[in-house]
Write a protein that binds this ligand. Sequence first.
Ligand code: ADP
Ligand code: ZN
Length: 433
Amino acid sequence: MIWNKTIECMRREEMQKLQSVRLKRVVEHAYHNTSFYRGRMQEMGLTPDDIESIDDITKLPFTVKQDLRDNYPFGLMAVPMSEIVRLHASSGTTGKPIVVGYTRKDLSIWSEAVARCLYAAGVTRNDAVQVSYGYGLFTGGLGLHGGVENIGGTVIPMSSGNTQKQIQLMHDFGAKALACTPSYALFLGETIKESGIPRKEFQLKIGLFGAEPWTENMRREIEESLGIKAYDIYGLTEIIGPGVGCECKCQHGTHLWEDHFLPEIIDPNTLQPVKPGEPGELVFTTLTKEGMPMIRYRTRDLTSLHYEKCDCGRTAVRMDRILGRSDDMLIIRGVNVFPSQVESVILETPEFEPHYLIIVDRVNNTDTFQIQVEVRPEYYTDEMNKILALKKKITAQIQSVIGIQPEIKIVEPHSIERSMGKAKHVIDNRKLV
Ligand code: ADP
Ligand code: ZN
C-alpha cells in the first residue's frame, strides 16, 4: 500500500531530475524574494544561474537556527504576509522560539507529506487516528491533523494532556492509530495498564511516534506495552513540521519525502558532504516551499542516509534513527555521551522502567554524572544486597557502552516525572555556572 506511487517509488535518476528542476526554482524564489538569501549568495559571489542541478547544492550557503532568530519574526518570509495563511513556532527545546509561515500551497504539501506517512504506517481512510501531539503553535498536533483529513481518516483531535480522558476516548471511539511523542506513548501504555480496562477492548494497532529521539529498545517497550506496531515519524518546524519522513511497515529506516525536502549529510566539523551511508549532520533544502523556503538548513540532527530500494517498494531514501541532536550531546569528563545511549542500556535491563533522568554537575572541578533509574514494581525491594547487585550491574553495563562510570541512583516506581510531550531526560547544572 503506497500513497503516491509515482513519487515514492520513482527511479533515482528521475527523482534527481525532479529535484534539480525544483532546486533551481526555489533558489530563484529565495534569491529574488528575501534580502537574507540574496545577501548570503551575493557575499559568495553566487547568482541563481550558478545552480543548474542538485550537484551544485554544495555551492550554496548553509542556514542555521540563529538566522531564523536574527530575522525574527517574519524576515525570512519570501511572500507578502497576505499570502501567509498559518504561523507556527518551534517549542523552543533549545532556546528562544522561531517562527515559520505557510502559504495555502505549503499547507497542502504538508498534509500530503503526512498522508504519505500515515499510509506508510498502514493507516487508511477507514481508520480513526487519535492525535495526542500538542495543538497550537507546536507543529505536531495540527500537522498530523491535516494529514489524517487528507487521507479521509477520522481525526480525534485530543492534543496532549488529560491522560485519563485520552484512554477513555481511545477506547470508546475505537482509535486504530495514535500519534504522539514516544515518551507520551509509554505513559499512555502505563495508564491503560493501571486503568484495568482490558487491552483487547482497544482497537489500537498503529503508533506514529516522533518529535524526540527514541531507541530501538524504546520501540520494543512501546509495542509491547500498547500491543501495537510503532513507527518513527520525523520532522522539524523549520522544514515544515512532522511528516518530513516516516517509517514503512518494514521498519527499516525512515523514508524521507525527498521530492519536497532534499536531504544531505555533512561532516559537522568540515561541513563537507559525507559518503552515502556514513553518519553526520542532516541538512535539508525545501524544494517546494513558498512561504519560508529553507536552503541547506543545518538540523543538528545526527544520522545517516541509505539509498538502496526498500523491501516495501519505495525508493525514497531511508534515514537511520536520529542518534540525537549535536546540541544534546553531553561532554562528561571529556567523553561524548548521548542520552540515547543511556536509554538503550536502561531499556535492555528488565528490572527497570523505561524512565530515566541524567543529572550532570561539576563539583571540585570534576564532572559528576548521575543517572536516576526507576525500578519496576515487581523488582522493588528493601533488601539492600539485591539493590546493590542491581546497581552494580547497570553501572557496569553503562560504563561498557559509554566508557565512563555513572553514579546510579535507583528510585521508587513512579518517581520520575512522566512527559506528555517531548521528555526532558537531562539536567545539566554545569550550564548554570
Ligand atoms: P524544537 O526544535 O523546539 O524541539 P521541533 O518540534 O521543530 O521544535 O523539533 C524538531 C526536532 O525534534 C528535530 O530536529 C529532531 O531533533 C527532533 N525530532 C523530531 N522527530 C524526531 C524523530 N522521529 N526522532 C528523533 N528526533 C526527532
Ligand atoms: Zn520501505
